[in-house]
Design a binder for this molecule. Structure first.
Ligand SMILES: Nc1ncnc2c1ncn2[C@@H]1O[C@H](COP(=O)(O)OP(=O)(O)O)[C@@H](O)[C@H]1O
Ligand SMILES: [Mg+2]
Length: 276
């Protein structure tokens, strides 16, 4: 094979990892009695939409919290863009600002306006004086307005968050995350309680943002059907174990890594789940 030689004039300032997220034999627990995750292996390509599906209590939220450093693992290694997530680590903390995390309850400030909620995403970029007085520069305000328009909320900038519909609230949470200029988006069941049409609208929004920003999305879903519609890969978690990893290629479901269940069994299990 021909050897590639690097041109002297090429100035490489950094190396981009293709596998933006890696988990290797990760165990974690909240107490000494049991593990919430038991030896999870995961590898996520940059720019993909990765879904995590599993029943309530299976460990999905825990997995997301490990990726943004809110929790640390008891055993195993986790790398997010080369760094081990840990909020006590200065380097990671800096990088953490570019991980957009949307918790299941969305974490909006109910009595604040759409614009104020979205601007929160820019807080880490303010200097001390600006953040002390919550004084956002004009260009950040304009950026927030642009993103609000991108998520379909133009004209609702000054509406209080509690006045919004469920779908609109999701749009605000996505806008706040996009305001962080993220390279990773972690979203915990943000479309679970929405009707079929609204949940697709929200997923389309995420897909659009992904295309624009080469964003890697890791989204927890309850609905296998929806996960398969949007994700490049779907990991199925059961009782703290990753039991299956599948993806859609054309009109076929491809099994990338099988655990102790077959694809048929898993689809059966989750089709009844999603009809609830
Ligand atoms: N703060 C906590 N303290 C103790 N146990 C917890 C806590 N949060 C989650 N767990 C337990 O960890 C397991 C995984 O929970 P979680 O990740 O929230 O599951 P999921 O998001 O899939 O519903 C469950 O058994 C749950 O009871
Ligand atoms: Mg959860």
């Amino acid at each position: 094979m021909e050897k590639k030689s690097l041109n002297d004039s090429q100035n490489f300032s950094f190396i981009l990892t293709k596998k933006i997220i890696q988990m290797n034999d990760v165990w974690t627990s909240y107490d000494s009695k049991s593990y919430a995750l038991e030896g999870v292996n995961l590898s996520i390509d940059r720019g993909t939409n990765y879904a995590i599906v599993g029943q309530s209590g299976s460990g999905k939220s825990t997995l997301l919290k490990l990726l943004n450093g809110m929790m640390v693992s008891s055993k195993g290694t986790i790398k997010v863009d080369y760094l081990t997530p840990n909020t006590n680590d200065k380097k990671f903390k800096k990088m953490m600002h570019t991980i957009g995390y949307i918790p299941q309850n969305l974490g909006l400030i109910k009595n604040s306006t759409v614009l104020q909620n979205v601007l929160i995403g820019a807080l880490p970029r303010l200097n001390k004086i600006q953040s002390l007085f919550n004084k956002f520069p004009e260009d950040e305000i304009n950026e927030a307005k642009k993103i609000i328009s991108q998520v379909g909320l133009k004209g609702k900038e000054n509406r209080k968050a509690y006045m919004l519909s469920g779908g609109e609230k999701r749009r605000v949470a996505i806008a706040r995350a996009l305001m962080q200029k993220p390279h990773i988006l972690l979203a915990d069941e943000i479309v679970s309680e929405l009707d079929h049409v609204t949940s697709r609208e929200i997923m389309d929004l995420v897909a659009d943002a992904q295309k624009r920003m080469n964003l890697t999305a890791v989204m927890v879903h309850h609905d296998m059907q929806l996960a398969l519609e949007y994700a490049n890969r779907v990991a199925v978690i059961k009782e703290g174990n990753k039991i299956l990893e599948i993806g859609v290629e054309g009109d076929t479901i491809v099994d990338f890594q099988t655990g102790d269940m077959t694809t048929d069994e898993i689809m059966e299990m989750y089709s009844s789940e999603s009809k609830k």
